[in-house]
Design a protein. Structure first.
Length: 148
């Protein structure tokens, strides 16, 4: 997991060969002005979902993991908190291969991190994360999905 300013994403481009394309996309597009939807950048290997989502309490948030994709989550209109638990500490539950997600409901995260607009949280396949914890009824965010 990486928590940092979005301005520093360029410092992480060596982690994954698709990260430079995320940096390019961010330079060319204003995420706040984009309509909700899925935008392909490099086919199924790299895309961004712009979404208006419901803010949740820590008890409502569901821990999830992904096997094939890295998430770069960016809150746009409100502060967002993420629950975090290392994947190895999570119980084994059914994996949805089509959607590349495992959801672990009814389990509190081990720790929490908070991002303001202008920040990002990067979650790798080893990172269990519970997104969308916010003190507002709904907010807009961007989720880049990057092939791991």
């Amino acid at each position: 997991m990486i928590i940092d300013s979005l301005d520093n994403l360029k410092k992480y481009v060596a982690i994954n060969p698709l990260f430079p394309k995320v940096v390019e996309f961010l330079k060319a597009n204003d995420l706040n002005k984009m309509e909700d939807g899925k935008y392909e950048i490099a086919g199924k290997d790299l895309y961004v979902n712009i979404t208006t989502t419901k803010g949740k309490t820590p008890d409502e948030a569901v821990i999830e993991t992904h096997n094939k994709m890295i998430d770069i989550q960016i809150p746009l209109t409100a502060t967002e908190t993420f629950g975090y638990t290392q994947r190895g500490a999570l119980p084994e539950v059914a994996y949805n291969e089509e959607k590349d997600i495992t959801k672990i409901p009814n389990l509190a995260a081990e720790s929490y991190v908070t991002c303001q607009p202008g920040m990002m949280a990067i979650f790798f396949p080893q990172d269990g994360h519970a997104p969308c914890i916010a003190g507002v009824p709904e907010f807009k965010k961007a989720i880049f999905k990057v092939k791991a």
